[in-house]
Design a protein around this ligand. Structure first.
Ligand SMILES: Nc1ncnc2[nH]cnc12
Length: 183
């Protein structure tokens, strides 16, 4: 296997070599895969716990790479439950809400689904959206729409990394920037 070039990510005391992978003829990304990295997940959750709004009811995240982060953040902030927006409709969902989403790493159009039971729990609640990387903001926007459709209010948006132009956003809290790599 030929080795791809890497980008060195530094997060507090931790460093990771992220492989730089083309995702289109014109663009490569430094691939940040949180799944399986317990050490990084735990560090990022404790750092993000310091950046959370004081008053919120629920964390909400998007399948799949945000899930371990949201779980640890939920534990650290003493929230007994968090909500996962899914990328497919499951047979066990009741009256799911769904919206289209465009993500930088997935070429095919996708949808994001909120189980109707979760939607009921969220009604009139204060919600923080958490994700591993915010890039184009496509999945964040889709999550916001679902949260609003459920009758909840978004009181915070947090991520480990802000990629490309997202690093200039003032409406998100994040720990580090991640560059994009034009080809
Ligand atoms: N750099 C990246 N690595 C992994 N997933 C991503 N989603 C958006 N940007 C990403």
């Amino acid at each position: 296997m030929t080795m791809s070039p890497t980008y060195t990510l530094t997060l507090g005391p931790l460093t990771r070599q992220l492989p730089i992978m083309p995702i289109s003829p014109k663009l490569a990304i430094a691939s940040f895969v949180l799944l399986g990295d317990t050490e990084l997940t735990d560090y990022a959750a404790s750092a993000l716990a310091q950046k959370m709004p004081a008053d919120f009811d629920y964390l909400i995240t998007m399948e799949s790479k945000g899930i371990p982060l949201a779980q640890e953040l939920s534990r650290l902030t003493n929230r007994a439950q968090f909500v996962v927006l899914r990328k497919s409709q499951k047979d066990y969902m009741r009256d799911p809400l769904s919206v289209p989403v465009n993500a930088i790493t997935t070429s095919a159009p996708q949808r994001l689904f909120l189980d109707g039971l979760d939607a009921q729990s969220l009604a009139h609640k204060r919600v923080v959206i958490v994700d591993d990387v915010i890039s184009s903001g496509g999945s964040l926007n889709a999550a916001r729409v679902l949260v609003q459709q459920a009758g909840a209010t978004v009181v915070g948006q947090v991520a480990i990394l802000a990629e490309g132009a997202a690093a200039q956003r003032t409406d998100i809290q994040f720990l580090a920037e991640l560059p994009l790599f034009p080809l």
